[in-house]
Design a protein around this ligand. Structure first.
Ligand SMILES: *Cc1c(COP(=O)(O)O)cnc(C)c1O
Length: 410
């Protein structure tokens, strides 16, 4: 009989969001009149902006005419989009990234998951805890994570707790690690790193021969000065970091699908014989073999985000979510909660009252306020005692949810 990839048997069942849905459904069943407000949404809710929609309509028309029809495009993305990214996301911030260091894709989830293809299975992986589950699970699939332990962690993964105690700044690992996943602004905690805090990681990677996998999917939500939008704003980062970006949260492309990954030409690893190999070349080879490019229509839509009207319109949606986040911070503080994040990300991370466990607080909030969020423990052991609320609902619903929370807890 053929054999399956055993690593997949080590994966825990995706429990978090199915359990959240199960508990909401059970509550709804018992309380049919309850108007539940969902502040657990991890998806955008505002429709695509007119600039992107118009560009995509025009792209559909291109596909309808022999003269403008596009079949297979470049696996790395169309030059019109790679050049717009290099210009607006990097050069405008004083960072020189060449278009051929940018690989357009169908999103950051696939890229952060697929990047492991070009890295050795023997590399030691570090993640922050709590964490976006994709980083851990894809390393389990690749055989890099070791054996599952009680509590849902893995024997070979180095977990770096981020909690109120360390101000949500992960400490540098005590043991040697080879690959480090950093997501800033962070999902789920909503917190950010300053330039100095990120520099410590770039310096660590340079001194220890480690690779940083930097997910900046929430870059557009940054509001504070001193918070870097790209890891390449830090000197020396091109030699140690790959950066992942997405149009999903920035411009509402969660359904359309478009993102990109930057692999600088200066970035080199070593093969098993100790010879230096450029990662840009390896990733290009990987993409050309396993990926046939993001759709022409998506890429036209994404390019429209870089026009003056596209930028303004996309910004409006981000501003809307960030106004929700600001309201959440002030009202939750009024209700007596200790809250974090929400200033540079659409996520608010709160400490549960009286040391209540995350799931107990989920049930309490659902029962007494008819508000659904996400238990922090679902993102990793250090998330226990915390709770995530998102700013992606409407202002009206967010306001009503906060009114209920304030009247229950203040
Ligand atoms: C939403 C999100 C992404 C974006 O994923 P896409 O596949 O581009 O939609 C990436 N990283 C994190 C941490 C996210 O929360």
């Amino acid at each position: 009989m053929f054999k399956i990839n055993d690593n997949f048997c080590q994966l825990a069942e995706s429990y978090l969001f199915s359990e959240v849905a199960r508990r909401i459904a059970a509550f709804k069943e018992a309380n049919p009149e309850a108007e539940i407000i969902r502040l657990g949404i991890g998806d955008v809710t505002i429709p695509l902006c007119p600039a992107a929609i118009e560009a995509m309509h025009a792209a559909v028309d291109d596909e309808a005419n022999a003269a403008t029809f596009r079949g297979y495009g470049p696996e790395q993305g169309y030059p019109f989009l790679r050049e717009a990214i290099a210009e607006h996301d990097y050069r405008a911030r004083g960072v020189e990234i060449a278009p051929d260091e940018i690989f357009v894709s169908d999103g950051a989830k696939s890229d952060t998951g697929n990047i492991g293809d070009i890295l050795a299975a023997s590399n030691r992986v570090a993640v922050t805890d709590p964490v976006y589950p994709v980083y851990v699970d894809t390393n389990v699939m690749a055989g890099r994570a070791g054996a599952p332990l009680a509590g849902g962690s893995f024997s070979k993964v180095v977990y770096l707790p981020v909690t109120a105690e360390n101000g949500f700044v992960p400490a540098l690992p005590e043991e040697k690690v080879d690959m480090i996943y950093l997501c800033y602004p962070n999902n789920p905690t909503g917190t950010a790193l300053t330039r100095e805090q990120l520099k410590a990681w770039v310096d660590y990677a340079a001194a220890n021969g480690a690779l940083i996998l930097y997910d900046s999917a929430y870059e557009a939500f940054i509001r504070q000065e001193g918070v870097p939008h790209s890891i390449y704003e830090i000197e020396g980062a091109k030699k140690v970091a790959i950066e992942f970006r997405s149009f999903s949260k920035t411009a509402g492309f969660t359904g359309v699908r478009c993102g990109y990954t930057v692999v600088p030409k200066e970035l080199k690893g070593v093969d098993s014989e100790g010879r230096e190999v450029g990662l840009n070349h390896l990733w290009n080879r990987r993409q050309c073999t396993k990926f046939n490019g993001a759709s022409y229509i998506s890429q036209r839509g994404a390019a429209a985000i870089y026009t003056p009207e596209g930028r303004r319109q996309a910004r409006e949606a981000v501003d809307y979510y960030m106004a929700n986040a600001a309201l959440m911070l002030s009202e939750l503080r009024k209700a007596g909660f200790e809250v974090f994040g929400g200033e540079n990300a659409p996520y608010v991370w709160l400490k549960t009252p009286d040391g209540m466990d995350s799931w107990a607080f989920f049930d309490l909030l659902l029962r007494e306020c008819q508000v659904a969020g996400t238990p922090g423990s679902g993102f990793g052991p250090a998330g226990e005692g915390y709770f995530r609320l998102t700013a992606f609902n409407t202002l009206e619903n967010t306001r009503e949810a906060l009114r209920r929370i304030v009247s229950r807890f203040a």
